[in-house]
Write a protein that binds this ligand. Structure first.
Ligand code: SAH
Ligand code: SF4
Ligand code: F3S
Length: 469
Protein backbone atom coordinates (compact mmCIF):
# COMPACT_ATOMS: atom_id res chain seq x y z
CA UNK A 1 0.00 0.00 0.00
CA UNK A 2 1.44 3.33 -1.00
CA UNK A 3 -0.69 5.50 1.23
CA UNK A 4 2.02 6.71 3.57
CA UNK A 5 4.97 9.04 3.68
CA UNK A 6 7.89 9.02 6.09
CA UNK A 7 7.95 11.68 8.75
CA UNK A 8 11.70 12.30 8.85
CA UNK A 9 11.88 12.61 5.08
CA UNK A 10 9.63 15.66 5.19
CA UNK A 11 10.42 17.21 8.57
CA UNK A 12 14.06 16.41 9.26
CA UNK A 13 15.29 19.85 8.29
CA UNK A 14 12.96 21.56 10.80
CA UNK A 15 13.70 19.05 13.54
CA UNK A 16 17.40 19.89 13.20
CA UNK A 17 16.68 23.62 13.23
CA UNK A 18 14.57 23.37 16.40
CA UNK A 19 17.27 21.19 18.00
CA UNK A 20 19.76 24.05 17.46
CA UNK A 21 17.41 26.39 19.32
CA UNK A 22 16.81 24.00 22.22
CA UNK A 23 20.53 23.20 22.43
CA UNK A 24 21.38 26.88 22.74
CA UNK A 25 18.73 27.39 25.44
CA UNK A 26 20.05 24.37 27.32
CA UNK A 27 23.59 25.81 27.26
CA UNK A 28 22.34 29.14 28.60
CA UNK A 29 20.17 27.68 31.36
CA UNK A 30 22.00 24.49 32.19
CA UNK A 31 18.72 22.61 31.77
CA UNK A 32 16.55 21.62 28.86
CA UNK A 33 13.71 23.90 27.77
CA UNK A 34 10.34 22.37 28.65
CA UNK A 35 6.91 21.62 27.21
CA UNK A 36 3.47 21.15 28.70
CA UNK A 37 0.74 19.30 26.81
CA UNK A 38 -2.85 18.53 27.72
CA UNK A 39 -5.47 16.44 25.91
CA UNK A 40 -9.21 16.90 25.65
CA UNK A 41 -11.32 14.26 23.89
CA UNK A 42 -11.04 10.65 22.89
CA UNK A 43 -8.28 8.01 22.71
CA UNK A 44 -7.43 9.12 19.19
CA UNK A 45 -6.52 12.51 20.60
CA UNK A 46 -4.56 10.91 23.46
CA UNK A 47 -2.64 9.00 20.86
CA UNK A 48 -1.98 12.15 18.81
CA UNK A 49 -0.72 13.94 21.93
CA UNK A 50 1.75 11.10 22.50
CA UNK A 51 3.09 11.89 19.02
CA UNK A 52 3.31 15.60 19.81
CA UNK A 53 5.19 14.70 23.00
CA UNK A 54 7.42 12.38 20.97
CA UNK A 55 8.24 15.12 18.47
CA UNK A 56 8.92 17.66 21.23
CA UNK A 57 11.25 15.24 23.03
CA UNK A 58 13.01 14.50 19.77
CA UNK A 59 13.52 18.24 19.26
CA UNK A 60 15.23 18.63 22.65
CA UNK A 61 12.41 19.65 25.00
CA UNK A 62 11.71 18.04 28.38
CA UNK A 63 8.15 17.39 29.57
CA UNK A 64 6.81 19.32 32.59
CA UNK A 65 3.55 19.23 34.54
CA UNK A 66 3.90 22.89 35.46
CA UNK A 67 2.27 24.92 32.71
CA UNK A 68 3.46 28.22 34.16
CA UNK A 69 7.11 27.21 33.63
CA UNK A 70 6.89 25.68 30.17
CA UNK A 71 8.46 27.12 27.02
CA UNK A 72 5.92 25.41 24.78
CA UNK A 73 2.28 24.86 25.79
CA UNK A 74 0.05 22.75 23.55
CA UNK A 75 -3.60 21.85 24.13
CA UNK A 76 -5.06 19.10 21.93
CA UNK A 77 -8.77 19.85 21.60
CA UNK A 78 -12.06 18.01 21.00
CA UNK A 79 -15.10 19.27 19.12
CA UNK A 80 -17.55 16.43 19.68
CA UNK A 81 -19.90 18.32 22.03
CA UNK A 82 -20.44 21.95 22.91
CA UNK A 83 -19.35 21.37 26.49
CA UNK A 84 -15.95 20.11 25.27
CA UNK A 85 -15.51 23.31 23.27
CA UNK A 86 -16.53 25.55 26.15
CA UNK A 87 -13.83 23.99 28.31
CA UNK A 88 -11.26 24.78 25.64
CA UNK A 89 -12.38 28.40 25.38
CA UNK A 90 -12.07 28.63 29.18
CA UNK A 91 -8.51 27.34 28.91
CA UNK A 92 -7.65 29.79 26.12
CA UNK A 93 -8.81 32.65 28.35
CA UNK A 94 -6.72 31.40 31.27
CA UNK A 95 -3.50 31.84 29.26
CA UNK A 96 -3.73 35.59 28.58
CA UNK A 97 -1.73 36.66 31.66
CA UNK A 98 0.92 34.00 31.18
CA UNK A 99 1.62 35.07 27.61
CA UNK A 100 1.75 38.73 28.69
CA UNK A 101 4.35 37.97 31.37
CA UNK A 102 6.44 35.67 29.17
CA UNK A 103 5.93 36.69 25.52
CA UNK A 104 8.45 34.13 24.26
CA UNK A 105 6.24 31.19 25.30
CA UNK A 106 4.61 29.29 22.43
CA UNK A 107 0.91 29.02 23.25
CA UNK A 108 -0.53 26.40 20.91
CA UNK A 109 -3.94 24.81 20.31
CA UNK A 110 -4.41 21.88 17.98
CA UNK A 111 -6.67 18.97 17.11
CA UNK A 112 -10.30 18.52 16.12
CA UNK A 113 -11.72 21.83 17.32
CA UNK A 114 -9.03 23.79 15.47
CA UNK A 115 -9.97 21.96 12.28
CA UNK A 116 -13.33 23.79 12.44
CA UNK A 117 -12.93 26.94 10.38
CA UNK A 118 -15.34 28.88 12.58
CA UNK A 119 -13.17 28.19 15.64
CA UNK A 120 -9.81 28.93 14.04
CA UNK A 121 -11.24 32.22 12.71
CA UNK A 122 -12.43 33.14 16.18
CA UNK A 123 -8.98 32.43 17.58
CA UNK A 124 -7.38 34.46 14.81
CA UNK A 125 -9.55 37.48 15.55
CA UNK A 126 -10.17 37.42 19.29
CA UNK A 127 -7.40 35.48 20.99
CA UNK A 128 -4.19 37.13 19.87
CA UNK A 129 -2.12 35.56 22.65
CA UNK A 130 -2.42 32.17 20.93
CA UNK A 131 0.46 32.01 18.48
CA UNK A 132 0.24 28.46 17.13
CA UNK A 133 -2.94 26.84 15.82
CA UNK A 134 -3.01 23.62 13.83
CA UNK A 135 -5.67 21.09 12.92
CA UNK A 136 -5.70 17.31 12.76
CA UNK A 137 -4.37 17.33 9.19
CA UNK A 138 -1.24 19.23 10.21
CA UNK A 139 0.07 16.91 12.94
CA UNK A 140 2.90 15.68 10.70
CA UNK A 141 4.02 19.28 10.05
CA UNK A 142 4.39 20.09 13.73
CA UNK A 143 8.21 20.60 13.72
CA UNK A 144 7.90 23.03 10.81
CA UNK A 145 5.08 24.97 12.46
CA UNK A 146 6.81 24.99 15.83
CA UNK A 147 10.02 26.27 14.25
CA UNK A 148 8.10 29.13 12.64
CA UNK A 149 6.33 29.92 15.93
CA UNK A 150 9.67 29.98 17.77
CA UNK A 151 11.49 32.15 15.27
CA UNK A 152 8.97 34.64 13.88
CA UNK A 153 6.64 37.16 15.45
CA UNK A 154 3.87 35.96 13.18
CA UNK A 155 1.05 33.82 14.45
CA UNK A 156 1.05 30.40 12.77
CA UNK A 157 -2.23 28.91 11.54
CA UNK A 158 -2.18 25.55 9.75
CA UNK A 159 -5.81 24.51 9.58
CA UNK A 160 -6.48 23.65 5.93
CA UNK A 161 -8.04 20.29 5.17
CA UNK A 162 -5.53 18.35 3.11
CA UNK A 163 -6.17 15.03 1.44
CA UNK A 164 -3.04 13.85 3.05
CA UNK A 165 -1.47 10.43 3.19
CA UNK A 166 -0.75 8.79 6.50
CA UNK A 167 2.54 9.91 7.96
CA UNK A 168 4.44 6.98 9.44
CA UNK A 169 7.37 7.06 11.86
CA UNK A 170 6.34 10.09 13.88
CA UNK A 171 8.18 9.57 17.18
CA UNK A 172 5.89 8.61 20.07
CA UNK A 173 6.39 9.31 23.76
CA UNK A 174 3.97 6.88 25.36
CA UNK A 175 2.17 7.96 28.49
CA UNK A 176 2.11 4.50 30.03
CA UNK A 177 4.66 1.69 30.34
CA UNK A 178 2.32 -1.24 29.76
CA UNK A 179 -0.78 0.12 28.00
CA UNK A 180 -0.49 1.48 24.47
CA UNK A 181 -2.66 2.92 21.71
CA UNK A 182 -2.09 1.85 18.14
CA UNK A 183 -4.06 3.62 15.43
CA UNK A 184 -5.10 1.29 12.65
CA UNK A 185 -6.98 3.90 10.67
CA UNK A 186 -7.79 7.59 10.68
CA UNK A 187 -10.90 9.56 9.75
CA UNK A 188 -14.50 8.54 9.26
CA UNK A 189 -16.80 8.17 6.23
CA UNK A 190 -20.04 7.56 8.05
CA UNK A 191 -21.45 11.03 8.56
CA UNK A 192 -23.87 10.16 11.34
CA UNK A 193 -26.15 13.19 11.19
CA UNK A 194 -25.25 14.52 14.66
CA UNK A 195 -21.49 14.05 14.48
CA UNK A 196 -18.69 16.50 13.76
CA UNK A 197 -15.90 13.90 13.60
CA UNK A 198 -15.95 13.27 9.81
CA UNK A 199 -15.65 17.04 9.23
CA UNK A 200 -12.66 17.44 11.52
CA UNK A 201 -10.87 14.16 10.93
CA UNK A 202 -11.36 13.78 7.18
CA UNK A 203 -11.99 10.59 5.20
CA UNK A 204 -11.00 7.08 6.22
CA UNK A 205 -7.38 6.15 5.69
CA UNK A 206 -6.09 2.75 6.80
CA UNK A 207 -2.52 2.10 7.78
CA UNK A 208 -0.47 -0.52 6.02
CA UNK A 209 -1.17 -3.76 7.99
CA UNK A 210 2.54 -4.61 8.10
CA UNK A 211 3.31 -1.30 9.84
CA UNK A 212 0.69 -2.13 12.47
CA UNK A 213 2.05 -5.66 12.97
CA UNK A 214 5.60 -4.27 13.33
CA UNK A 215 4.44 -1.68 15.86
CA UNK A 216 2.55 -4.24 17.98
CA UNK A 217 5.48 -6.67 17.84
CA UNK A 218 7.87 -4.02 19.07
CA UNK A 219 5.46 -2.94 21.83
CA UNK A 220 5.18 -6.53 23.04
CA UNK A 221 8.97 -6.82 22.99
CA UNK A 222 9.13 -3.66 25.11
CA UNK A 223 6.84 -5.23 27.70
CA UNK A 224 3.47 -3.71 26.78
CA UNK A 225 0.58 -5.83 28.03
CA UNK A 226 -2.55 -4.07 26.86
CA UNK A 227 -2.72 -2.78 23.31
CA UNK A 228 -5.76 -0.89 22.05
CA UNK A 229 -6.27 -0.66 18.31
CA UNK A 230 -7.88 2.64 17.45
CA UNK A 231 -10.15 3.84 14.68
CA UNK A 232 -13.51 5.62 14.47
CA UNK A 233 -14.85 2.46 12.83
CA UNK A 234 -12.25 -0.29 12.92
CA UNK A 235 -14.61 -2.59 11.00
CA UNK A 236 -13.96 -0.73 7.79
CA UNK A 237 -10.21 -1.26 8.13
CA UNK A 238 -8.69 -1.52 4.63
CA UNK A 239 -11.97 -0.92 2.82
CA UNK A 240 -10.27 2.19 1.43
CA UNK A 241 -7.68 0.01 -0.32
CA UNK A 242 -7.79 -2.83 -2.80
CA UNK A 243 -5.90 -5.21 -0.50
CA UNK A 244 -7.52 -8.38 0.83
CA UNK A 245 -7.01 -7.34 4.46
CA UNK A 246 -9.90 -6.66 6.79
CA UNK A 247 -10.08 -6.06 10.53
CA UNK A 248 -10.71 -9.71 11.46
CA UNK A 249 -7.68 -10.79 9.48
CA UNK A 250 -5.60 -8.15 11.27
CA UNK A 251 -6.81 -9.38 14.69
CA UNK A 252 -5.97 -12.97 13.80
CA UNK A 253 -2.51 -11.96 12.64
CA UNK A 254 -1.81 -9.91 15.77
CA UNK A 255 -3.04 -12.79 17.91
CA UNK A 256 -0.17 -14.89 16.52
CA UNK A 257 2.45 -12.60 18.08
CA UNK A 258 4.23 -14.42 20.93
CA UNK A 259 3.84 -13.08 24.46
CA UNK A 260 1.44 -12.60 27.34
CA UNK A 261 -0.54 -9.53 26.30
CA UNK A 262 -4.05 -8.33 25.48
CA UNK A 263 -5.43 -6.80 22.32
CA UNK A 264 -8.51 -4.58 22.48
CA UNK A 265 -10.03 -2.23 19.96
CA UNK A 266 -12.47 0.59 19.53
CA UNK A 267 -14.79 1.58 18.02
CA UNK A 268 -17.01 -0.84 16.11
CA UNK A 269 -19.89 0.54 14.10
CA UNK A 270 -22.81 -1.92 14.32
CA UNK A 271 -23.58 -1.57 10.62
CA UNK A 272 -20.16 -3.05 9.78
CA UNK A 273 -19.68 -5.44 12.72
CA UNK A 274 -19.89 -8.91 11.19
CA UNK A 275 -20.28 -12.46 12.44
CA UNK A 276 -16.72 -12.94 11.20
CA UNK A 277 -15.60 -10.28 13.70
CA UNK A 278 -17.47 -11.99 16.55
CA UNK A 279 -16.03 -15.39 15.58
CA UNK A 280 -12.57 -13.84 15.52
CA UNK A 281 -12.96 -12.44 19.04
CA UNK A 282 -14.19 -15.85 20.19
CA UNK A 283 -11.28 -17.70 18.55
CA UNK A 284 -8.35 -15.45 19.49
CA UNK A 285 -7.08 -15.91 23.04
CA UNK A 286 -5.29 -12.56 23.16
CA UNK A 287 -8.26 -10.55 21.90
CA UNK A 288 -10.24 -9.23 24.88
CA UNK A 289 -13.76 -10.53 25.29
CA UNK A 290 -14.99 -6.97 25.24
CA UNK A 291 -17.06 -5.30 22.58
CA UNK A 292 -17.74 -1.59 22.57
CA UNK A 293 -20.66 -1.34 20.17
CA UNK A 294 -22.35 2.08 20.25
CA UNK A 295 -26.09 1.80 19.52
CA UNK A 296 -26.93 5.55 19.95
CA UNK A 297 -30.72 5.03 20.07
CA UNK A 298 -33.20 2.20 20.53
CA UNK A 299 -35.73 3.71 18.14
CA UNK A 300 -35.63 2.79 14.46
CA UNK A 301 -37.11 6.15 13.52
CA UNK A 302 -34.31 8.00 15.35
CA UNK A 303 -31.63 5.63 14.05
CA UNK A 304 -32.71 6.47 10.54
CA UNK A 305 -32.59 10.19 11.22
CA UNK A 306 -29.15 9.65 12.72
CA UNK A 307 -28.05 7.96 9.47
CA UNK A 308 -26.77 4.97 11.43
CA UNK A 309 -27.88 2.44 8.81
CA UNK A 310 -28.95 -0.41 11.10
CA UNK A 311 -32.11 -1.18 13.00
CA UNK A 312 -32.76 -2.06 16.60
CA UNK A 313 -33.55 -5.60 15.43
CA UNK A 314 -30.26 -5.94 13.53
CA UNK A 315 -28.36 -4.61 16.54
CA UNK A 316 -30.07 -7.03 18.90
CA UNK A 317 -29.49 -9.98 16.58
CA UNK A 318 -25.78 -9.15 16.41
CA UNK A 319 -25.56 -8.91 20.20
CA UNK A 320 -27.42 -12.20 20.62
CA UNK A 321 -24.97 -13.86 18.25
CA UNK A 322 -22.04 -12.37 20.15
CA UNK A 323 -23.41 -13.49 23.51
CA UNK A 324 -23.95 -17.02 22.21
CA UNK A 325 -20.43 -17.26 20.76
CA UNK A 326 -18.61 -15.52 23.64
CA UNK A 327 -20.21 -16.55 26.94
CA UNK A 328 -18.16 -14.17 29.11
CA UNK A 329 -18.56 -11.19 26.78
CA UNK A 330 -18.52 -7.69 28.29
CA UNK A 331 -20.60 -5.32 26.21
CA UNK A 332 -20.37 -1.56 26.44
CA UNK A 333 -21.97 1.13 24.34
CA UNK A 334 -22.63 4.81 23.63
CA UNK A 335 -26.09 6.36 23.56
CA UNK A 336 -27.42 9.83 22.78
CA UNK A 337 -30.43 11.19 24.62
CA UNK A 338 -32.53 14.05 23.26
CA UNK A 339 -31.69 13.75 19.57
CA UNK A 340 -33.83 16.21 17.54
CA UNK A 341 -37.53 15.17 17.37
CA UNK A 342 -37.00 12.32 19.89
CA UNK A 343 -40.44 11.55 21.34
CA UNK A 344 -41.29 9.90 24.65
CA UNK A 345 -41.98 6.76 22.67
CA UNK A 346 -38.57 6.87 20.98
CA UNK A 347 -36.91 7.36 24.32
CA UNK A 348 -38.81 4.42 25.84
CA UNK A 349 -37.34 2.31 23.02
CA UNK A 350 -33.87 3.34 24.15
CA UNK A 351 -34.76 2.49 27.76
CA UNK A 352 -36.10 -0.93 26.80
CA UNK A 353 -33.03 -1.75 24.69
CA UNK A 354 -30.75 -0.91 27.63
CA UNK A 355 -32.93 -3.03 29.88
CA UNK A 356 -33.01 -5.98 27.50
CA UNK A 357 -29.33 -6.08 26.57
CA UNK A 358 -27.72 -5.34 29.93
CA UNK A 359 -24.57 -3.41 29.07
CA UNK A 360 -21.75 -3.48 31.59
CA UNK A 361 -20.96 0.14 30.79
CA UNK A 362 -22.78 2.86 28.91
CA UNK A 363 -21.45 6.26 27.88
CA UNK A 364 -24.59 8.37 27.98
CA UNK A 365 -24.54 11.70 26.15
CA UNK A 366 -27.06 14.49 25.94
CA UNK A 367 -27.42 15.51 22.30
CA UNK A 368 -25.35 18.60 21.56
CA UNK A 369 -25.95 20.72 18.46
CA UNK A 370 -22.94 20.70 16.13
CA UNK A 371 -23.18 23.47 13.58
CA UNK A 372 -22.72 22.25 10.04
CA UNK A 373 -24.14 18.77 10.67
CA UNK A 374 -27.59 17.74 9.31
CA UNK A 375 -29.08 17.22 12.79
CA UNK A 376 -28.42 20.86 13.66
CA UNK A 377 -31.14 21.77 11.12
CA UNK A 378 -33.70 19.38 12.61
CA UNK A 379 -36.35 20.31 15.14
CA UNK A 380 -34.66 20.48 18.53
CA UNK A 381 -36.28 19.33 21.74
CA UNK A 382 -36.55 21.06 25.08
CA UNK A 383 -33.47 21.03 27.34
CA UNK A 384 -35.49 20.12 30.40
CA UNK A 385 -36.91 17.04 28.68
CA UNK A 386 -33.41 16.03 27.56
CA UNK A 387 -32.14 16.23 31.14
CA UNK A 388 -35.08 14.32 32.59
CA UNK A 389 -34.57 11.53 30.08
CA UNK A 390 -30.83 11.53 30.71
CA UNK A 391 -31.38 11.13 34.48
CA UNK A 392 -33.82 8.26 33.97
CA UNK A 393 -31.45 6.45 31.62
CA UNK A 394 -28.51 6.88 34.00
CA UNK A 395 -30.58 5.51 36.85
CA UNK A 396 -31.52 2.44 34.80
CA UNK A 397 -27.93 1.88 33.67
CA UNK A 398 -26.60 2.13 37.25
CA UNK A 399 -28.94 -0.74 38.12
CA UNK A 400 -27.97 -2.76 35.03
CA UNK A 401 -24.24 -2.27 35.60
CA UNK A 402 -24.61 -3.42 39.19
CA UNK A 403 -26.54 -6.51 38.05
CA UNK A 404 -23.81 -7.26 35.53
CA UNK A 405 -20.96 -6.80 38.00
CA UNK A 406 -22.70 -8.75 40.75
CA UNK A 407 -22.34 -11.92 38.68
CA UNK A 408 -18.59 -11.82 39.28
CA UNK A 409 -18.95 -12.40 43.04
CA UNK A 410 -17.32 -15.72 43.90
CA UNK A 411 -15.44 -15.86 40.60
CA UNK A 412 -11.74 -15.35 39.91
CA UNK A 413 -10.78 -12.77 37.31
CA UNK A 414 -7.42 -12.08 35.71
CA UNK A 415 -6.42 -8.48 36.29
CA UNK A 416 -3.75 -6.32 34.69
CA UNK A 417 -2.50 -4.36 37.71
CA UNK A 418 -2.36 -0.62 37.01
CA UNK A 419 -1.38 0.96 40.33
CA UNK A 420 -2.91 2.12 43.60
CA UNK A 421 -6.35 3.60 44.25
CA UNK A 422 -5.05 6.31 46.58
CA UNK A 423 -2.05 8.03 48.11
CA UNK A 424 -1.95 5.68 51.13
CA UNK A 425 -1.28 2.75 48.77
CA UNK A 426 -3.48 0.39 50.77
CA UNK A 427 -5.48 -0.75 47.74
CA UNK A 428 -4.40 -1.69 44.26
CA UNK A 429 -6.42 -1.33 41.09
CA UNK A 430 -6.44 -2.96 37.69
CA UNK A 431 -8.72 -4.10 34.88
CA UNK A 432 -10.15 -7.36 33.61
CA UNK A 433 -9.96 -8.23 29.95
CA UNK A 434 -13.52 -6.86 29.73
CA UNK A 435 -12.06 -3.56 30.96
CA UNK A 436 -13.91 -3.73 34.30
CA UNK A 437 -12.17 -1.94 37.17
CA UNK A 438 -11.05 -4.29 39.97
CA UNK A 439 -9.85 -3.01 43.34
CA UNK A 440 -8.13 -5.20 45.92
CA UNK A 441 -5.94 -4.81 49.03
CA UNK A 442 -2.26 -4.26 48.23
CA UNK A 443 -0.61 -7.58 47.39
CA UNK A 444 2.68 -6.14 46.24
CA UNK A 445 2.04 -6.91 42.55
CA UNK A 446 3.93 -4.56 40.26
CA UNK A 447 1.97 -2.37 37.85
CA UNK A 448 1.95 -4.00 34.43
CA UNK A 449 1.76 -7.56 35.77
CA UNK A 450 -1.22 -9.91 35.74
CA UNK A 451 -2.80 -11.09 38.97
CA UNK A 452 -5.77 -13.34 39.75
CA UNK A 453 -8.35 -11.73 42.02
CA UNK A 454 -11.22 -13.52 43.75
CA UNK A 455 -14.24 -11.21 43.64
CA UNK A 456 -16.15 -10.64 46.89
CA UNK A 457 -18.14 -7.48 46.28
CA UNK A 458 -19.61 -5.50 43.39
CA UNK A 459 -20.70 -1.92 42.80
CA UNK A 460 -21.97 -0.44 39.55
CA UNK A 461 -18.57 1.06 38.64
CA UNK A 462 -16.12 -1.56 39.94
CA UNK A 463 -15.70 -4.99 41.49
CA UNK A 464 -13.68 -5.75 44.62
CA UNK A 465 -11.80 -8.78 45.93
CA UNK A 466 -8.58 -10.37 47.17
CA UNK A 467 -5.52 -11.25 45.12
CA UNK A 468 -4.82 -14.98 45.10
CA UNK A 469 -1.67 -16.78 44.04
N1 SAH B 1 -16.77 6.62 16.00
C1 SAH B 1 -17.40 6.31 17.21
C2 SAH B 1 -17.78 7.47 18.06
C3 SAH B 1 -16.97 8.69 18.17
S1 SAH B 1 -17.69 10.00 19.04
C4 SAH B 1 -18.67 5.53 16.88
O1 SAH B 1 -19.24 5.69 15.84
O2 SAH B 1 -19.09 4.82 17.74
C5 SAH B 1 -18.09 9.25 20.60
C6 SAH B 1 -19.52 9.34 20.98
O3 SAH B 1 -19.91 10.68 21.15
C7 SAH B 1 -20.51 8.81 19.93
O4 SAH B 1 -20.62 7.43 19.96
C8 SAH B 1 -21.78 9.51 20.33
O5 SAH B 1 -22.50 8.73 21.27
C9 SAH B 1 -21.30 10.78 21.00
N2 SAH B 1 -21.59 11.97 20.18
C10 SAH B 1 -21.12 12.27 18.96
N3 SAH B 1 -21.64 13.44 18.53
C11 SAH B 1 -22.48 13.87 19.49
C12 SAH B 1 -23.33 15.01 19.64
N4 SAH B 1 -23.44 15.91 18.70
N5 SAH B 1 -24.04 15.14 20.78
C13 SAH B 1 -23.93 14.21 21.76
N6 SAH B 1 -23.18 13.12 21.67
C14 SAH B 1 -22.44 12.94 20.55
FE1 SF4 C 1 -19.17 10.10 14.30
FE2 SF4 C 1 -20.65 8.20 13.25
FE3 SF4 C 1 -18.15 8.51 12.41
FE4 SF4 C 1 -18.62 7.57 14.84
S1 SF4 C 1 -19.17 6.57 12.92
S2 SF4 C 1 -17.16 9.14 14.30
S3 SF4 C 1 -20.45 8.66 15.47
S4 SF4 C 1 -19.83 9.94 12.16
FE1 F3S D 1 -12.10 12.43 19.34
FE2 F3S D 1 -13.31 14.66 20.02
FE3 F3S D 1 -11.91 14.54 17.83
S1 F3S D 1 -14.10 12.66 20.29
S2 F3S D 1 -11.95 12.47 17.13
S3 F3S D 1 -11.15 14.32 19.93
S4 F3S D 1 -13.84 15.57 18.07
Amino acid sequence: MKNSIMFYAIQDEYIKKVRCITHELEMQRNSKPTYFTHTFGCQQNESDTEKINGMLSDMGFKQTDIREEADVIIYNTCAVREHAEQRVFGTIGSLVGLKRERPSVVVGFCGCMMQRQEVSEELRKKYKHVNLVFGTHALGRFPENLYKALTTKERIFDVEETKEKIIEDIPVKRGNDFKAWVSVMYGCNNFCSYCIVPYVRGRERSRDPQRIIDEVESLVKDGYKDITLLGQNVNSFCSDSDSDWNFSKLLRRLNEIDGDFRIRFMTSHPKDATKELIDTIADCDKVCKHLHLPFQSGSNRVLELMNRRYTREKYKALVEYAKSKIPNLVLTSDVIVGFPTETDEDFEQTMSLVDEIGFQGLYTFIYSIRKGTPAAQMEQIDDKIKHERFDRLCELQTKKAFEFNEKFIGKTVRVLVEGYTGEDKSNQTGRTDGNIIVNFPDCGAAPGTFKDVLIEKALNWAIFGQAIN
